[in-house]
Design a protein around this ligand. Structure first.
Ligand code: BGC
Length: 427
């Protein structure tokens, strides 16, 4: 698919020039950080995750109070204002709003009005995620995303939220990382409902893609000016042997299947006003042998073989991969927002380097023709990292989980400077 570049692209290109030592970003570029409700709010008691966590999370942890953001959101939003963020990505928790099927919780409804008003009061734009991995328990008990007929329930929730809150919302994300959701739950079986089955995974894939298309329509019926998209995880692939047909073929297949197929199925480009990309992974494809594929699908080279730098949880640090991922979508004809990108580390120097290098790559991608309009660092706060518990720390803000005390890391200040200057120092 090739779509011609718009005038907007040219404006972007002209504005992203090299001023003195500053790599300047286009005017009105959005800078922010992202969170997800279950990971930060605490006490999400009506969700499927809450029920599943005991005995399944590292070190026997459970999400519990998480960061108590449900009660501390005002001061957390003061922080992002002080840090010069122009936008914030957060989610609304379906299990709180509709704890029992068809019954809407008045306190939760009011709560999210307070949350959105608090951001608007601080002049911070809102990117709202409707589904970020968790489901109301009742929805899961009815078969969740495995059943197409359950889309009706999701759409009712989407309609409710759009009618209630549309005036606050600048961008809508219908579903966060559908491919990660279905792979973790139905292929690897690491997350609820832990059913390993390719057939069920495929059904979830179809249901989520259809749910996105219908949610897109529904939100637009309520607010014709709404900007609606997905947060789609993309990876960059690298085949070691450029001359080997099988290696190249695998690079292409993986790129198609994981980076492009779901988007297409979810109605891209018609049902997407922008392209939301979450970027974390660079994946090396080693010498592909037919027998090793058939036996155990052994085609990836662990990064540690090359003794490269990684995050604390072993994810490779490879800034150029973000450039590659962005350029792969540069001809999509849609504005791109990096809806997540971040590093889990206790070594904040590493995070500072990460932020500097990855954002520099975005600058290069913009100059290469990618229409990137915003960046959301993952995450604002250290938080509950799903089945890995509270160990991995992705935050710009350190959380003491005993006292809920917040401490700004040096990387939060570095990022605040970037947001303020709308640019980054050339290294
Ligand atoms: C998810 C987040 C998660 C982050 C780091 C993304 O896949 O959207 O919820 O915490 O990656 O693993």
């Amino acid at each position: 698919m090739r779509i011609s570049r718009s005038h907007e692209d040219n404006r972007t290109y002209r504005n992203s020039h090299h001023r003195d030592n500053l790599l300047a970003f286009p005017k009105n570029f959005e800078w922010g950080a992202a969170t997800a409700p279950h990971q930060v709010e605490g006490n999400n008691i009506h969700s499927d995750w809450w029920q599943w966590e005991p005995g399944h999370v590292a070190h026997n942890q459970t999400s519990g109070e998480a960061c108590d953001h449900y009660r501390m959101f005002q001061s957390d939003f003061d922080t992002i204002q002080q840090l010069n963020h122009t936008a914030h990505r957060l989610g609304i928790e379906w299990a709180r709003l509709e704890p029992k099927q068809g019954e809407w919780d008045q306190d939760a409804i009011e709560h999210y009005h307070d949350v959105f008003r608090a951001l608007k009061k601080r002049n911070i734009k809102i990117m709202l995620t409707l589904h970020h991995f968790t489901n109301p328990l009742w929805f899961s008990e009815q078969g969740g995303w495995e059943k197409k007929k359950n889309i009706k329930a999701f759409l009712r929730f989407v309609e409710f939220v759009a009618q209630e809150y549309h005036e606050y919302i600048d961008w809508w994300i219908t579903i966060n990382e559908p491919m990660v959701y279905l792979t973790e739950a139905y292929i690897f079986g690491h997350r609820p409902p832990q059913k390993i089955s390719l057939w069920i995974a495929y059904r979830v894939y179809r249901t989520m893609a259809c749910a996105h298309r219908l949610a897109y329509k529904k939100i637009h019926e309520i607010d014709p000016h709404a900007r609606v998209g997905l947060a789609h995880n993309v990876s960059s692939y690298h085949a070691y042997r450029k001359h080997a047909f099988l290696d190249q073929l695998f690079e292409m297949i993986l790129d198609r299947v994981t980076n492009h197929a779901f988007l297409k199925k979810s109605g891209f480009p018609q049902c997407h006003d922008f392209l939301g990309l979450n970027y974390y992974f660079h994946i090396r494809i080693k010498h592909v042998r037919l027998m090793s594929i058939l036996k155990n699908f052994d085609i990836f080279e662990p990064v540690m073989t090359e003794r490269r730098d990684t995050s604390d949880i072993g994810w490779e640090l490879y800034p150029h991969g973000l450039f590659n991922a962005l350029m792969d979508f540069a001809d999509s004809g849609k504005p791109i927002y990096i809806t997540e990108n971040g590093i889990a580390t206790d070594d904040d120097k590493k995070r500072q380097k990460f932020i500097h290098e990855y954002i520099t790559e975005i600058w290069h991608a913009i100059n290469g023709g990618a229409d990137v309009r915003g960046y959301f660092y993952w995450s604002l706060l250290d938080n509950f990292e799903w089945e890995a518990g509270f160990g991995p720390r992705f935050g710009l803000v350190h959380i003491d989980y005993q006292t809920q005390k917040r401490t700004l890391k040096q990387s939060a200040h570095l990022y605040a400077e970037i947001c303020k200057k709308n640019g980054i120092e050339a290294s």
